[in-house]
Each structure stands twice: as C-alpha cells, then as structure tokens.
Design a protein around this ligand. Structure first.
Ligand code: MN3
Length: 241
C-alpha cells in the first residue's frame, strides 16, 4: 500500500472506531466538543483571570490561558490542517485513538492536543471558592484510598514529587477504578484508555511567577480552588460511559 492509501485508511479507521465507541462527553457542558470547521478553539474561562487569587495570581492565569493554552490550540490546528478527515474529531477522540493518528503528526497531537485537552479540563475543575468534596466521587475516594485526606495526600505527593514538567491526575481507569498518578509533559491519561476527572498542572509556567521554586506551596494552595462539584460530574460521566 502506498503512503497516501495508508493515511486515508488510517484516518478512516479512526473515524470508524469513534462512531462505534460513542466517546465520552466530559467537557460538554462548557467547552467545545468536536472541532468545528475553523478548528479547535480556546475555551472561555467561567471566571475572571483574578478569581482564583490568592491561590493562582491573575498574571499567571492570563499568560497560562491566553498564551500557553492558545499556543497548544494553534499548533494542534496546524498539525491536523493537512489531514482534513481528522478535523471533525474532538480532541478526546484523537487522544483516545492516538495509535491510529498518522505517524507524521502523532507526536504533535500528543504534545499540543494533550496540552489542549489537559488545560481544558484544568480550567473547568477550578472555582473561586473551592467546595468540599461531594457526591459519588467523595464516596469512591474514601473507598479506594481509605479516606479523603489519604487520597488528597497521595495526589499532592504525586504533584510535588513529579520530576520536571507534567501533570498529577485523578482518573477513572479502564476497569472503572480510581487511580492517582502523574504523567510527563502533556501526555494525557486518555491515551491509555483512562478518563481524567481531576488534573493539576505542575509545569513551571503554571506557578513560577508567584511561587518560584516552591511547587509544594502551589500544590497546597491549589487545593483551595478545586471545583469538586465538577469533579463529581466528571466522575459520574466516566462511570456511566
Ligand atoms: Mn500549563
């Protein structure tokens, strides 16, 4: 088979898989789902840039959302710009089927597509006055990790000890169990069939302006702006998928 045929068939395989799989609609209530004809877009925040202070400062939010996340969106659109059959797929669909994405753009989708998906989730699970953990996810955390505090401690440790750039995650795995772990760079849990329901960005760009080298302080302060109502909604959606 020549290269052109391979690309076409590979892309068709992705599309077929997606129709069969009925992918999750994790971010459906507040963000773009499938890419539109003009490509993937930067989601709007549901709160002002200064709303998460003092946990996360306004300037960091401006740069993080407006520059870093926008940059991932732009590079993702550039990467899939020559693969028109991929343009209608949501970012979740692309990442869940990353091995079907043509090899010449696969790493770009991992990096920039992962960056787009990870940050889209990140903005959505924060809120000015963080609430207490609630609902089914609170019960599941208690059941899996012994207590909410034990789960929090495990998550904070993953975030504080991760070496270099990356993310800490609370995910629903392929057996519908909760897991806590970290990933490097912009690698998304979606790529291994897990559904992230809570994520913390520990790239230096996420905290360095305000916290410099004190990542642990950032992680602890971030705990005060977690939107557990949204995390619970994410958990319920993942369990019902
Ligand atoms: Mn970031």
């Amino acid at each position: 088979m020549n290269r052109r045929n391979f690309l076409i068939q590979g892309s068709a395989a992705v599309a077929g898989l997606l129709l069969a799989n009925s992918p999750l609609r994790l971010y459906a209530d507040h963000h773009e789902q499938a890419a539109h004809s003009h490509g993937h877009t930067l989601p709007k925040l549901r709160y002002p840039y200064d709303a998460l202070e003092p946990s996360i400062d306004k300037r960091t939010m401006e740069i993080h959302h407006g520059k870093h996340h926008q940059g991932y969106v732009n590079k993702l659109n550039a990467a899939i710009g020559n693969h028109h059959d991929l343009e209608h797929l949501s970012i979740e669909d692309l990442l869940r089927n990353i091995d079907k994405v043509p090899a010449d753009i696969r790493q770009a989708v991992i990096n920039s597509g992962g960056g787009h998906a990870n940050h889209t989730l990140f903005w959505s699970i924060m809120i000015p006055d963080g609430r207490e953990p609630t609902g089914k996810v609170a019960e599941a955390i208690q059941s899996m990790f012994g207590s909410f505090d034990a789960g929090s401690e495990m998550f904070a440790k993953a975030a504080k000890t991760h070496f270099g750039s990356g993310w800490a995650w609370l995910v629903v795995d392929d057996k519908k169990k909760l897991q806590i772990y970290s990933t490097k760079n912009q690698d998304s849990p979606l790529m291994k069939g897990h559904t992230p329901i809570l994520g913390l960005d520990v790239w230096e760009h996420a905290y360095y302006l305000n916290y410099q080298n004190r990542r642990a302080d950032y992680v602890d302060a971030w705990g005060k702006v977690v939107n557990w109502k949204q995390v619970n909604a994410n958990y319920v959606a993942a369990m019902n998928a």
